[in-house]
Design a binder for this molecule. Structure first.
Ligand code: PYC
Length: 318
């Protein structure tokens, strides 16, 4: 029977499952190369960890790997119930918290290598974690898409480590009672974007939809609703989505370098954010906190009809 040791945590409500061992060998090279090998040859291992019955549509997996870049304390590939992420903000906060829990890192500055670049991280004495994310930028402003049942929806296409369509238009207030309606609305936008063939730079797939607005209880406070690729909403304020938003705010001259931006997610949990100017866009800093929720051994019984997860792509060679 195959076994994997994992540690689960949540960051502002959004889960991360860090895989410590038990995975097939993905070989060497850059994290982008190893992610390609993972996707092409071992995708059923992704669904075994992140899809039901062991995972769910909210679960983000984080596979720890030796870094290619010796300055980094770890390499990591993020994945979910349907595929792979470039970077993951809440996930990186969860990884740092997990490495600290394991005694592998202490407070201070470290680096983490991801398929889309090296990310600076800092574990603070009070348990909070700062991330200096990959350079983020707006690719296109005011892009209009026809969304059946909702008319024309305008938004920006921006990179924050994943591709986002960010709109301020919402038929519903950004509050917990409206989660089902907000999910249906953002799913309709996602379908319209796919049908229109819209993408990011170099054909990058827009797979996150972000509604950017304010908190109903505190009109001056930013709140978002982010639809993730697997169909679930981000329980956290989404680190890469906040980075993409910072890039748009900077491009519009609405937030200055070093100014503080408090970003709530739909649950009201928050990340603090700010940016420095980059060569092209912004260099975001996101600050949040994660908590450990469990440590377990995943077991893969060979006669289990759902051993590789519900919806798994059949393994070429398990
Ligand atoms: O925090 O960047 C993030 C993220 C992406 C998908 C879910 N969370």
């Amino acid at each position: 029977m195959r076994k994997m040791n994992v540690i689960d945590s949540h960051t502002a409500g959004e889960p991360t499952r860090v895989v410590l061992d038990g995975f097939p060998d993905l070989g060497g090279g850059s994290l982008a190369e190893r992610r390609r090998r993972f996707r092409d040859g071992f995708d059923h291992w992704r669904s075994a960890v992140a899809a039901e019955p062991r995972g769910s549509d909210t679960m983000v997996g984080a596979l720890l790997l030796p870094p290619d870049d010796p300055r980094c304390c770890t390499g990591v590939i993020y994945f979910n119930n349907v595929g792979y992420l470039g970077m993951c903000g809440h996930g990186t906060i969860g990884v740092v918290r997990t490495l600290a829990h394991l005694g592998r890192i202490g407070p201070g500055a470290h680096r983490v290598e991801t398929p889309v670049g090296v990310v600076g991280v800092e574990l603070h004495d009070d348990g909070r974690v700062s991330i200096d994310n990959v350079e983020s930028y707006r690719h296109a402003a005011g892009v209009e898409v026809e969304v059946p049942g909702h008319g024309t929806v305008a938004g920006d296409i921006a990179w924050g480590g994943n591709w986002f369509f960010i709109t301020a238009q919402s038929p519903l207030a950004l509050e917990v009672a409206n989660i089902a309606g907000l999910t249906a609305y953002t799913q309709a936008i996602q379908r319209a974007i796919d049908a229109a063939g819209l993408g990011g730079e170099d054909g990058g797939v827009i797979d996150h939809i972000e509604i950017s607005g304010t908190s109903p209880g505190a009109p001056g406070v930013a709140r978002n609703f982010v639809l993730c690729p697997g169909g679930a909403y981000d329980r956290s304020p989404c680190g890469t989505g906040t980075s993409a938003k910072l890039a748009c705010l900077a491009a519009d001259g609405q937030l200055g370098e070093g100014e503080r931006w408090l970003q709530q997610g739909i649950l009201g949990s928050a990340f603090e954010a700010s940016y420095r100017r980059g060569a092209r866009g912004v260099l975001p800093r996101i600050v949040g906190q994660a908590w450990i929720t469990g440590r377990s051994e995943l077991l893969l019984e060979p006669d289990d009809p759902f051993v590789w997860g519900i919806g798994a792509r059949p393994p070429a060679s398990p």
